[in-house]
Design a protein around this ligand. Structure first.
Ligand SMILES: Nc1ncnc2c1ncn2[C@@H]1O[C@H](COP(=O)(O)OP(=O)(O)OP(=O)(O)O)[C@@H](O)[C@H]1O
Ligand SMILES: [Mg+2]
Length: 161
């Protein structure tokens, strides 16, 4: 994968993870794509839940184990939450994911690197690194606009470094 512009965020607990989700959610628009990676239990779903809450999603967001894709209505636009851990890239290719990526809502993909070739080039990739029971380092890579601008703004306001 080519490198986008790289930034980091240190989370010392769920409250910090919630803060980053809030900063990001405030910027999301229809067609936004956030590609999440990180080991089992890193916090991809925990982060997705916080983004969903900020988007006004009322339903409980959990790992869509058997559904792969779940759509949640939000206050301004839908959230498409995907977890592609259990399918192959070619199976994912049959799902018509572009309908979501270029749709009316925001897409969050857990285990996004597994379907790298199917992802639009422009996206915000976030790798969540487990650094301790309550702490995580979020590694953000902005590929294209508007993601690069979001990250610059979040660096200027002291959220990212
Ligand atoms: N700072 C933190 N940020 C995010 N999650 C945290 C943090 N500290 C502890 N946690 C906990 O870590 C766990 C992360 O689990 P989660 O299901 O979100 O991981 P995941 O990356 O989605 O795993 P999987 O690959 O199995 O889907 C949750 O229980 C969450 O409460
Ligand atoms: Mg998960």
């Amino acid at each position: 994968m080519s490198m986008g512009l790289a930034y980091t965020y240190e989370s010392l607990g769920l409250e910090d993870t919630k803060r980053l989700a809030g900063e990001l959610a405030a910027r999301l628009t229809p067609g936004s794509l956030v590609a999440l990676d990180g080991d089992l239990g890193a916090g991809k779903t925990a982060f997705s839940k916080e983004i969903a809450a900020c988007m006004g999603v009322k339903e409980t967001v959990n790992s869509p184990t058997f559904t792969i894709i779940k759509e949640y209505p939000g206050s301004k636009m839908p959230l498409y939450h995907m977890d592609v851990y259990r399918i192959t890239e070619s199976e994912a290719g049959e799902l018509g994911l572009d309908e979501y990526f270029y749709g009316e809502g925001v897409t969050l993909v857990e285990w996004a690197s597994l379907i790298e070739s199917l992802l639009p080039d422009e996206r915000l990739s976030i790798f969540i690194e487990y650094t301790g029971p309550e702490s995580r380092t979020f590694h953000l890579n902005a590929f294209g606009e508007p993601y690069a601008s979001w990250c610059r703004a979040m660096t200027e306001n002291g959220v990212l470094r």
